[in-house]
Design a protein around this ligand. Structure first.
Ligand code: PLP
Length: 436
């Protein structure tokens, strides 16, 4: 085989791999050979500091030795087993996940990732309530599936032929308020009023679930203001609606909590997870099910399933990840990094530079909102974002960018000095790049 260089790998990749969410012709992907902790190394030997955690999933960092060893050990014992069979690794993963959940949750339904976790949570909510519609937020992301079960030509389609009735409301986001609010309290009250009025107008008895990210991530790390999630919980209780909180990106340490909703004095009925549960070393997601909803399926068939549900390699990775995160204080470290380093440094940057419209976040989950006109809050141009991104890559920093934002989302295990170096590079690039 030819020696592996960036050029060789990129040529063979772009020639044969169809990439997500992209016009293929223009793609020039980075090529990575290996990594450790918060570092990735390309095929030419250049090191990058990973401030993206890939797609915000490598919470425990790259190549954690205990997780790699657990996957190897499981591969030597049994690489795969059907979901209908019992397996000790899968059972242990479910127990560990349930230990992290609030009281009152007693089952885990495993999936391959976050989208199918949400699909199955919605399915549970619809069957539990006998209702149809699902409300979620504009400014959210819940995954990329939808049509497969409705296309199915056997009995499994029939209890699932209701993939319709999705409604959206605006959640609170004071910086870009849709409620003409001037304070967080107004924003919260008005967002809750808007939600409840939508429910009433639609007919509360038609709404099965409200599905929200505990902290909307890709939409810009929109940490809910105090009282919002608790208010949503109260609305759900008033109208018999199931509350599903999507912890796919926000969960497993990202916000400095095992589950982001813990900081908001709220307990949902269903929790969806993926990414950080095993840092994506092997694809895994799932639904953590509260006892009343789980009990519904004690006697009734749960009409959902996946060939790889609870895959032993993925579950072995989850067991090792959760144990290592507990033993090594990874979640506390994420909280400390946010409180002591990222928060103060980004707030100082917002004071210094007009282009920084707002910074927000907690733990290792932050967004820098970039604007070309601070008063009008006009998002910077795509060209500006492109220039910032390539200047960071030149400096060996791998950023996560979305629209007019840089998301500062490193692994929870990043070293203090590495993190300071990454933040200094962002500051330098923002100072140097002409705003447009
Ligand atoms: N939910 C949230 C909050 C996400 O951020 C994502 C992915 O980014 C998903 C669901 C979908 O997860 P997956 O890509 O594993 O299907």
């Amino acid at each position: 085989m030819a020696e592996l260089t960036n050029a060789y790998v990129i040529e063979h990749d772009t020639g044969h791999v169809m990439h997500s969410w992209s016009a293929q012709q223009k793609l020039a992907p980075l090529a990575f050979r290996t990594g450790h902790g918060a570092t990735l190394i390309d095929y030419d030997g250049k090191e990058y500091l990973d401030l993206s955690s890939q797609l915000v999933n490598t919470n425990i960092g790259h190549q954690h030795p205990k997780v790699v060893a657990a996957i190897t050990e499981q591969a030597n014992e049994l690489t795969t087993v059907a979901p209908a069979h019992a397996n000790a690794t899968r059972a242990r993963a479910a127990e560990l996940i349930l230990d992290l959940a609030p009281e009152g949750f007693n089952k885990v339904f495993f999936t391959n990732g976050g989208a199918d976790a949400n699909e199955n949570a919605i399915r549970m909510a619809r069957l539990y309530t006998g209702r149809d519609k699902v409300i979620s937020h504009y400014r959210s992301y819940h995954g990329n599936t939808g049509a497969a079960i409705v296309a199915t030509g056997d009995w499994r389609r029939v209890p699932n032929e209701y993939s319709r009735g999705h409604l959206h409301v605006f959640g609170p986001h004071l910086y870009r308020t849709r409620f003409w609010a001037e304070t967080e309290t107004q924003e919260t009250e008005r967002a809750l009023e808007h939600l409840e009025q939508t429910i009433i107008a639609e007919g509360a008895s038609s709404i099965a679930a409200i599905l929200l990210e505990s902290v909307p991530g890709t939409a810009g790390v929109l940490v809910p203001p105090p009282g919002y999630l608790r208010g949503v919980r109260e609305i759900c209780d008033r109208h018999g609606i199931v509350l599903i909180l999507d912890e796919v990106m926000a969960g497993f340490g990202r916000t400095g909590e095992w589950f982001a909703f813990s900081a908001h004095d709220v307990v949902p009925d269903l929790i969806t997870f993926a990414k950080g549960v095993n840092s994506g070393y092997v694809p895994l997601g799932g639904v953590i099910v509260s006892a009343p909803i789980a009990a519904k399926f004690d006697d009734e068939v749960f009409p959902g399933g996946l060939t790889y549900s609870g895959h032993p390699l993925a579950c072995a990775a989850a067991v090792a990840t959760i144990e290592a995160m507990r033993d090594e204080g990874v979640v506390d470290n994420a909280r400390r990094l946010g409180d002591e380093i990222i928060g103060p440094e980004l707030r100082a940057l917002a004071e210094e530079l007009d282009v920084v419209g707002e910074v927000r976040g907690r733990g290792v989950f932050w967004a820098i909102e970039l604007v070309s006109d601070a008063a009008a809050r006009t998002p910077v141009s795509a060209e500006y974002m492109g220039a910032v991104k390539s200047a960071l890559l030149d400096r060996g920093i791998l950023p996560f960018t979305a629209d007019n934002r840089i998301h500062v989302v490193p692994p929870c295990v990043i070293g203090d000095d590495e993190l300071r170096r990454g933040l200094a590079a962002i500051a330098e690039v923002l100072r140097e790049t002409p705003v447009s």
